[in-house]
Design a protein around this ligand. Structure first.
Ligand code: SF4
Length: 674
């Protein structure tokens, strides 16, 4: 009897279970997914984590959902009476319920929910999900953004005009670790969460890069750091201002960069606490223009944000001091924005920081000096600084501190790396998207997540149970386990049970899914194709385009989220907006500007490269009118002062401690940080 030779197959791809998207090689033995290993030829393939190594356990778990299910008993009944139904029936019933609700209350009465793209594989289908919402006409995506992602991903827009200034997600800037003189890891432990960054950091340390770790715990790379700041949880914003205070006091900041590229020189009226406008000058300047003080001519100069230019070259603009300006309201005392910012920072003296953040003055100074003397500086900030009620102010304070270094978009700083050109498929141009109403929560917090169509569970539950600000009667869930991942599960349970209709797609039956009317089985990321255009780690990684192959078939009738979305769109009569059900046609459209063909990509599981060259300091490049491009903020400058905030009733420049952190006491059981 001869021993049978196993059929062993290896498939290059990437793990999609979290945002790291590690390059991998899957081994399939006799048709069975046996193991997942790192792919050292892939730019994110230096290593994989325990979750990735356990991928086969996820794929073959006995509790995987395998068939579409329909509830046959009331939601209060302990037995839902799940009944297997066909995909066609499940999608048709879901589409019919969505249409029914939209006809009665408007399409916004159907909300969607999704799991975190940072910690699950939903990003494989995220753009298609957004497209479905746009095609249907609802702005309401219940996500965990207010808990995780808002500060690092969105709040930095109010300083740089760019989201994800420190993380690189969704077109943001990435820490150019390979060229950095100093890297700051702020509330971020890549040894656990993004191994590619950890290995790049260790390589940087070997060539002499300085490392500052800001974390309450001595974890990950903290023991390799030149400075480990053991910050009191919730006080990161105060620490940012304290570091800035030391840097400003010592002259450790890039004054020319601040003068040229921030709104630091613009004058603030002391009588109204608003930026002085040129049209209010006694000499009456242009409408919509602002005013700075020229220290050579000892007079005002105007600034036109539309052109991003001062009336005179800006080399002598005042950043500090107080100036009397003749206006139509008489003589008004004014100070530059930067002077107001410096005044705010000064309140966070080393003594205040020691009492507030538990950072000794010597350490604060050491960190500030390291930041200044080891430029270019890059920083990577993750969720550690976000889980507090002051997340927006914290992220702004950190971004302003970073602006002082002048390292933004220079080699070794946080760089807007070039990206492979690709077509957007999010569907903002679709007819229903143009009629979309504001998301729930927008009226109360117009600058927060709802502005970007992300809805908190608190607001979602209120809309379901109280109809405020308008009724929400349906939910289409993609893997989001609201009851376990979000607060107030009792109210959440009541709200989910009160919906007219709820369909939920997932790998497993969860407590949240158990409240659905229809449950749809989803293929894991190892059982479906997905297109990835660029890996947000470095320029080299950005140049890689990969069509990940399915390693094995999904269990039972499970389908990918993408197939589900395309199928639901067809059932809703929206198939024409979804390439008439042809996913490949969608990928081809996405890839069009890249010049990469889908067939070639499919034939190369390791992916194809589209060489990129990053141009640094893009804010200095001229636009089509010959004006400096600047930053995508209202002032076209980095904003130390936000009139956008003032217009919505928020202070333009401040930082508050969160109430939670104010209650914390200094730990007596921890050894002092180094
Ligand atoms: S860090 Fe782990 S879970 Fe995340 S992509 Fe890499 S292997 Fe997968």
């Amino acid at each position: 009897m001869s021993a049978e030779i196993a059929d062993v197959r290896q498939v290059q791809g990437y793990c999609s279970l979290c945002i790291a998207r590690c390059g991998t090689v899957a081994t399939v033995v006799d048709g069975r997914f046996a193991r997942l290993d790192p792919d050292p030829t892939h730019p994110t393939g230096a290593a994989i984590c325990a979750k990735g190594r356990a991928a086969p356990e996820l794929v073959y778990h006995k509790d995987r959902l395998k068939h579409p299910l329909r509830r046959t008993r009331p939601k209060g009944d302990p037995d839902p009476g799940w009944e297997e139904i066909s995909w066609d029936a499940a999608l048709d019933q879901t589409a019919a319920a969505m249409r029914r609700i939209a006809e009665q209350y408007g399409p916004e009465a159907v909300a969607f929910s999704q799991s975190s793209p940072s910690t699950t594989a939903i990003a494989d289908s995220g753009a298609f999900l957004t497209r479905l919402m746009n095609a249907f006409g609802t702005p309401n995506l219940v996500s965990a953004l207010e808990l995780c992602g808002w500060g690092r991903g969105f709040a930095t827009r109010y300083v740089f005009g760019v989201g994800s200034v420190a993380t690189g997600s969704a077109g943001g800037a990435m820490a150019d670790i390979a060229e950095s003189g100093c890297l700051i890891l702020w509330g971020y432990n890549p040894s656990f969460s993004r191994i590619t960054h950890a290995t790049a950091t260790v390589a940087g340390l070997k060539r002499g890069m300085k490392l500052i770790v800001i974390d309450p715990r001595n974890v990950g790379l903290a023991n390799k750091a030149d400075v480990w700041l053991r910050v009191r949880p919730g006080t990161d914003g105060a620490l940012a201002l304290g570091l800035a205070s030391t840097m400003i006091e010592r002259g450790w900041y890039d004054e020319e960069f601040v003068r040229a590229w921030s709104n630091g020189p613009l004058l603030v009226r002391s009588d109204t606490d608003r930026l002085l406008k040129a049209e209010h000058l006694a000499s009456a300047g242009g409408s919509g223009q602002f005013v700075a003080w020229d220290t050579v001519s000892n007079s005002v100069v105007t600034y036109d944000p539309a052109a991003g230019r001062y009336q005179a070259p800006g080399g002598h603009l005042a950043l500090r001091g107080e100036y009397k300006v003749a206006t139509v309201d008489g003589t008004v005392s004014c100070r530059p924005v930067f002077d107001r910012y410096a005044e705010l920072c000064k309140r966070y003296s080393p003594e205040v920081i020691e009492a507030t953040c538990w950072i000794p003055p010597g350490q604060l100074e050491q960190a500030a000096r390291t930041i200044w003397q080891s430029r270019p500086v890059s920083y990577y900030a993750w969720s550690g600084h976000e889980h507090h009620a002051n997340s927006t102010e914290t992220a702004r304070a950190m971004a302003m501190l970073y602006a002082l270094t002048g390292s933004f978009d220079v080699a070794g700083g946080n760089v807007l790396f070039a990206a492979v050109p690709a077509a957007s498929i999010a569907g903002e141009e679709l007819p229903a998207a143009r009629r979309i109403v504001p998301a729930i929560g927008f009226n109360e917090r117009p600058l927060g997540p709802a502005r970007f169509h992300h809805v908190s569970t608190r607001d979602f539950y209120r809309a379901v149970l109280e109809g405020v600000p308008y009724p929400v009667r349906g939910l289409i869930g993609f893997g989001s386990n609201l009851l376990l991942a979000q607060g107030d599960p009792v109210r959440g349970r009541t709200a989910l049970a009160a919906l007219d209709f709820y369909a939920h797609a997932d790998l497993f039956m969860t407590p949240t899914a158990a409240l659905a009317d229809i449950v749809l089985p989803v293929a894991s990321c190892f059982e479906r194709e997905a297109l990835k255009i660029g890996f947000e780690i470095s320029e080299e990684a950005q140049s890689l385009v990969q069509l990940r192959q399915a390693i094995v078939a999904p269990p039972g009738e499970a389908r990918s989220d993408t197939e589900l979305i395309f199928g639901l769109a067809a059932s809703l009569g929206l198939g024409e907006h979804f390439w008439n059900g042809d996913v490949d046609a969608a990928y081809r459209q996405q890839l069009g500007p890249s010049g990469i063909s889908l067939n070639r990509l499919r034939a190369e599981p390791a992916g194809l490269r589209r060489p990129l060259t990053t141009r640094h300091m893009k804010h200095t490049v001229s636009d089509e009118k010959g004006n400096p491009r600047g930053f995508p903020t209202p002032s076209r400058k980095i904003e130390f002062w936000s009139e956008t905030f003032l217009d919505r009733g928020y202070p333009p420049c401040r930082i508050l401690l969160s109430r939670q952190s104010a209650r914390l006491r200094a730990p007596t059981w921890l050894p002092p940080s180094r």
